[in-house]
Design a protein around this ligand. Structure first.
Ligand code: COA
Ligand code: ZN
Length: 312
């Protein structure tokens, strides 16, 4: 197989949602808006800017309405809102979201832990969201959490995932995301599943969402890219994680992903220097170090002066 590296890789930035949802430190609404406004200038075409879930479930994002109303929208950027139910969809539409990201887990147990309901109930709610959104021009994306493994149930059967993809398409979703909620995916598994899903969904409508919990995040990106996937979620600094999945940790790190693409000659359209400047401010905002690597190491081209007195 020969991979065509001239195919652009689209990065959807998710730090304002997945990144902040698990942070113990409260981030002021103005700081969230400033983060999104800066991200909007980095070259992303898609930013998941928040969620409209129960404020008791995710207190860190309870100000989603004000955040969406406060951001300075850049033309060409799609601002996505994660929602769990009809109430979330109503709030997101009122706040001006461009796209709704409807989330359910492949695993019943994780869906009950995360959404407090079974998968059938989630799907019934999504049907109501589809009715609400019909005729509005709003784009709908269906995410499948725990696609590659669940911290409660273990490995998820591929056919189970494909059934949910089919159910989402039958409902009328425009896009599909396969989410590796706690970094259980491996490149071989990713390659196989992406190939199968791409027989149902065009690459332009498929997103892969990886967490780096077991260090396989960027390997999984490459496996998915080689199988034909083109859209990937990533989070500035490598922030992120689901508070209702034991052992969850950060998304793949945006600047590490963009650096890899830059070095490999895969176009992303994203300004790495701008990202690095932003990422290096995160420890001050959140009070801890970031898991991302390139913000600490610098780019390959950020060379150091040679030591003095080298032997001749
Ligand atoms: N936005 C704001 N409030 C909401 C809401 C939404 N989308 N959906 C429900 N609520 C409120 C209800 O009004 C109710 O409020 P009250 O207690 O003041 O009356 C409360 O939340 C409980 O509502 P209920 O329908 O009984 O929900 P629940 O307690 O069974 O929880 C979810 C179900 C889906 C709302 C909740 O589990 C949730 O928000 N999960 C999302 C978790 C998440 O974001 N995980 C990470 C991303 S995948
Ligand atoms: Zn995630």
């Amino acid at each position: 197989m020969i991979t065509d590296f001239s195919q652009r890789l689209i990065v959807q930035e998710v730090s304002p949602r997945d990144g902040l949802q698990i942070e113990p430190t409260w981030v002021d609404t103005a700081d969230k808006i400033a983060l999104i406004d800066q991200l909007s200038l980095a070259g992303f075409s898609r930013i998941e800017a928040g969620s409209f879930v129960s404020p008791k479930a995710i207190p860190a994002l309870r100000d989603g309405d004000e955040v969406f109303r406060g951001i300075r929208r850049q033309p060409g950027v799609i601002y996505v809102a994660l929602i769990p139910n009809l109430r979330g969809a109503q709030r997101a539409i009122e706040a001006g979201a461009d796209e709704l990201n409807l989330v359910m887990s492949a695993s019943q147990t994780h869906n009950r832990a995360n959404m407090r309901m079974g998968c059938e109930q989630s799907l019934a709610g999504f049907a109501e969201v589809v009715s609400l959104a019909s005729g509005t021009g709003l784009s709908l994306n269906g995410s499948i959490a725990t696609t590659f493994g669940c911290p409660f149930e273990g490995r998820i059967d591929e056919d189970r995932v494909l059934q949910i993809v089919d159910a989402y398409l039958a409902l009328g979703m425009h896009g599909i995301s396969l989410a590796d909620t706690t970094g259980m995916a491996n490149p071989r598994q990713v390659f196989a599943l992406v190939q199968r899903v791409l027989t149902r969904v065009p690459a332009s409508a498929l997103t892969l969402h990886f967490h780096n919990t077991r260090g396989l995040g960027l390997s999984n990106v490459l496996a998915a890219y080689e199988a034909g996937a083109r859209r990937f979620d990533a989070s500035l600094g490598g922030l992120g994680g689901c508070p209702f999945a034991p052992g969850a940790s950060g998304n793949i790190c945006t600047e590490d992903l963009v650096n890899m693409c830059d070095e490999m000659g895969i176009e992303t359209g994203i300004d790495l220097a701008h990202l690095l400047t932003m990422s290096r401010r995160l420890p001050e905002l959140l009070g801890h170090e970031m898991p991302g690597q390139v913000a600490k190491a610098g780019r390959n081209r950020d060379l150091h002066p040679a030591p003095e007195n080298l032997p001749g």
